[in-house]
Design a protein around this ligand. Structure first.
Ligand SMILES: *Cc1c(COP(=O)(O)O)cnc(C)c1O
Length: 452
């Protein structure tokens, strides 16, 4: 848990260490903090704040690094399906599509987004514990590449949909390997007590059942034991268990040709350490490399998390009693991870002049009327005044996708940087858009005294 909630107070990396650990970020003496080749102050001047900024080249580099690590371990033919839920922006999906990655979707909406971004249905896998009948119809109708089925009940539903559509659907069973991913309880998914997947003891009978249903073609298994996993051991254990189950299924005469290894590779929100890709690829190769399987992966956070940040400016620096607060114009409605998962995010000043020796601990908060609207407690930062820009780092995954308009705060703008180029990819939401889908029943506004 400590891994997730960040370093101990006093042991936190300072701004220089945070930037040094992130090759896509540099502090330029003239232009301040830069993402790839673009000064963040330029983007803020045009788009205002708060504003998400994503680095396209950073995403491509990370995907290439993951592919290279697998290739080095002899797993070069692994298929990538980017977990859309981490960041579903069309521009991000277009980057993935251009790089040859498919998509892992968990709803009809994500399927529609991925298709709209140009990812072929045959390169999409559909995961999730509660796929509705309509969503399955949509997926089967589009010719989805693979459905990751989570229950016996879902098999019956999928079979009915496939038969009605006159199609045969490739599916894998998502197995719950009962492995503790040792991550935050809210993002652990592979324990027997979690809602996800098919219980270990039932996998063989459910696989046989899948094969007996019309319209279904069971081709393998899937796993996804949680998110933000920062050590290789849970993967080591889970891959070993999956290999064992594949052996059992094959011994019983079933055909097993695919294993979807899910996502979950953690990133370092701190000093850049995190999980070593070679270690991850190593345990994958050790347990699964010689089984003659088509291997698949569904990374989300690892690909896009470090490639994005949330730009924000200081509204006011206030002191109450002996506590100092930096109130930002970004809040928990923009980035909910600190409030929801106790997540630690690096926060660095953007102006070169503000970048120096941190001089005092402050609580960095947003303006929303909730005590949970706190980005950091006792964070060492230089004294920053109103309008000073800060970047909240590693906000590319589970950031904008989890935003809300709580407190009637319009959704933030977003920009995409690509080397030296940048452009707006989402304009700031207008205040009037907040109520544009709402109506007031006429009887509420009829003149007093009239009856109707
Ligand atoms: C969320 C999710 C992923 C991606 O997880 P990350 O931790 O972002 O890599 C992959 N597969 C499934 C089934 C998921 O639910």
């Amino acid at each position: 848990m400590a891994d997730f909630s960040g370093p101990l107070p006093g042991a936190e990396p300072d701004a220089a260490a945070l930037i040094a650990a992130r090759p896509h970020l540099t502090m330029n003496a003239d232009h301040g903090l830069m993402l790839e080749g673009v000064p963040l102050a330029v983007i803020a001047a045009e788009l205002g704040s708060p504003c998400w900024v994503y680095g396209a080249e950073t995403i491509r580099t990370r995907l290439a690094a993951l592919r290279a690590a697998l290739a080095k371990a002899g797993l070069g033919a692994t298929d990538f399906h980017y977990a859309v839920k981490a960041n579903d922006h069309l521009a991000i999906l277009a980057i993935m599509a251009a790089a040859g990655a498919g998509a892992d979707v968990v709803s009809g909406g994500e399927l529609a987004r991925a298709r709209h971004a140009g990812i072929p249905a045959s390169h999409i896998v559909y995961s999730g514990v509660g796929k509705s009948f309509r969503d399955l119809q949509l997926a089967v109708g589009e010719g989805i590449g693979q459905v990751n089925v989570e229950s016996r009940e879902e098999l019956a539903m999928l079979s009915a949909v496939a038969e009605a559509a006159g199609r045969r659907v490739d599916l894998v069973l998502r197995v719950n390997p009962d492995v503790d991913a040792k991550t935050h309880a809210k993002i652990t998914t592979g324990l027997a007590e979690n809602k996800f997947g098919i219980a270990w003891a039932e996998v063989e009978s459910v696989y046989a059942y899948a094969g007996s249903l019309p319209g279904l073609n069971p081709v393998g298994l899937a796993m996804h034991i949680g998110s933000q996993i920062v050590s290789v051991e849970p993967f080591d254990t889970a891959f070993a268990r999956m290999a064992e189950m594949i052996g059992r299924l094959r011994a019983a005469g079933h055909t097993v040709t695919r294993l979807d290894c899910g996502g979950g590779i953690g990133i370092s929100y701190e000093d850049g350490s995190g999980i070593a890709l070679d270690d991850y690829a190593g345990v994958m190769a050790k347990h699964l490399g010689s089984l003659g399987l088509k291997l698949m992966m569904e990374p989300g956070r690892w690909l896009v998390g470090p490639a994005g940040l949330l730009l924000s400016s200081v509204i006011i620096a206030k002191k109450t009693g002996n506590r100092a607060f930096l109130v930002l114009d970004a809040a928990m409605n923009d980035l909910v991870r600190p409030a929801m998962y106790d997540a630690w995010h690096g926060i660095v000043p953007v102006a070169a002049a503000d970048f120096g020796t941190p001089d005092m601990p402050v609580d960095v908060v947003g303006p929303v009327c909730e005590t949970g609207d706190t980005f950091a407690k006792d964070r060492l930062l230089p004294a920053l005044g109103p309008d000073a820009l800060v970047a909240i780092l590693d906000a590319g995954a589970y950031g904008a996708v989890m935003s809300s308009t709580y407190n009637a705060r319009p959704l933030a703008a977003a920009a995409l940087v690509d080397g030296d180029r940048w452009t707006t990819v989402t304009p700031r939401q207008q205040v009037t858009e907040l109520w544009s889908r709402e109506t007031v029943p006429a009887w509420l506004t009829e003149t007093a005294g009239e009856t109707g």
